[in-house]
Write a protein that binds this ligand. Sequence first.
Ligand SMILES: Nc1ncnc2c1ncn2[C@@H]1O[C@H](COP(=O)(O)OP(=O)(O)O)[C@@H](O)[C@H]1O
Ligand SMILES: [Mg+2]
Length: 500
Amino acid sequence: MPPDYDIASPGAAELFESLRALGYDLPTAIADIIDNSISASARNVWIDMTWSGANSRVTIRDDGTGMTDDMLVNAMRPGSLSPLEVRAASDLGRFGLGMKTASVSQCRCLTVMSKTETTPPAIRRWDLDYIASTGTGEWRLLKGADLLAASDLCLLDEQRRGTVLFWDRLDHLVGNTSTDDEIAQKHFRERADAVRDHLAMVFHRFLRGRNAIRLHLNGRLVQPWDPFLEDSDTVDPMPAETLSANGEGVEVKVFILPHHTRISPEAHAAAAGPRGWNAHQGFYIYRNKRLLVAGDWLGLGFQKEEHFKLARIRIDLANSSDLLWQIDVKKSRARPPAALRRDLLRLARTARSQASSIYRHRGKIIQRSLGRSDVFLWNHVVKRGKTFYKINRDHPLVSKVLDTAEDKAPLRALLELIEQTVPAPLIVINNAETPDGFGRPFEDSPAQLTKAMDEVFRALIEDGHDKPDAARAIVAMEPFNLFPELVAVFLEGKAAEAAK
Ligand SMILES: Nc1ncnc2c1ncn2[C@@H]1O[C@H](COP(=O)(O)OP(=O)(O)O)[C@@H](O)[C@H]1O
Ligand SMILES: [Mg+2]
């Protein structure tokens, strides 16, 4: 005998309203749609955000395999495929929800048009306002070419196959604003920038190489953001390790990024990432090369602190690990399985200790520089437990200026005044707030640096040093030691002068 039961399907309007609140934002929602395009072998995805007040629209179009009419109807069903289903290794989907949940998190009207190489465009629409207006709770999926304007219908005309999503009634993004609302329009533009930065990060491994996918956002190609600077020779990663949990292999690779003095200010700023250096330290989790988590210590008990920010650790998962790693619907969270915690802790400790050793090393250089009285301009003096900074009267340039001045009294008074008014408290505060906020000495003026180098060199010679001795002093001297390439060029120039 069959069991006794009632039918208890959810009301469409109510469930859709709940699905809207999964916690996507515009960038993560668009990324989830692009996952589908990539899984459908698209080479190009065109994302267009068109401002028109309350009628603003987002369209996402691809040239992937597309869907037949039946496939589209199935794809529109929430839960079109069970998360327990085995997926193709390249599939970026999991829950059979993304297209619907990501879309309705941003808009109240989702229309999809799709065609394959052998079938004409199919069109379906979820209209949340229409569904609520019927009062029936039915899952009425609208269809028919008259849903779209002629200018929309021709969007796939130029391609053999592909899919386009239209997001209309973007209530969270634009609400009821009028077309000439400048503040709303500015917000809309800024959101487009956030979308660009997010896509550049999430898909960076798809955006380069021979089979690169092109993402066109409002007509401009999205350029990849690589958190590991793999193209630069300033990073040498530790060898990758393969860990295994419950039969699933996971590749982990530690990268220690260069200190900001070792790369150009532009490269340093670009490497920071959308949320800044400090936020982007820790583990990066990729699933089929698609980034899920961009810098997190994964609940291993570590805090994000400035002196660890050069540590970035890459974890590569296959999509068969989804359940093990508790990937969420939004694909913005992953949790390591218990079996891997020990190994991840070990790798995190190694990475953190290496990253902080860079700052330790820099600290030592500075100590040494303040400790050696013959070469350094500033001396660190402790008197009665208090710290003072003194200008080194034996610094070649200082002693030269003092020796050659006709009236030494004002010069001495000036040095004294500078020493007594060093804004040390202010410097301490600024450094705590933004440790990398200080420019390198002579950062933007290599010519002035060379000039200063030349003056010090002359002073040393006049003081009786021979040239090799003077050169040795220059090489070790702050701040010239930060610019070995400029010192090399300068000393070569001196050698060439002498040879003439
Ligand atoms: N751009 C697209 N091109 C081809 N098929 C698509 C596209 N977007 C979605 N689909 C189909 O719709 C299905 C449902 O998508 P989605 O709701 O995102 O769930 P999931 O990606 O987890 O399967 C996909 O599995 C795919 O078959
Ligand atoms: Mg999907």
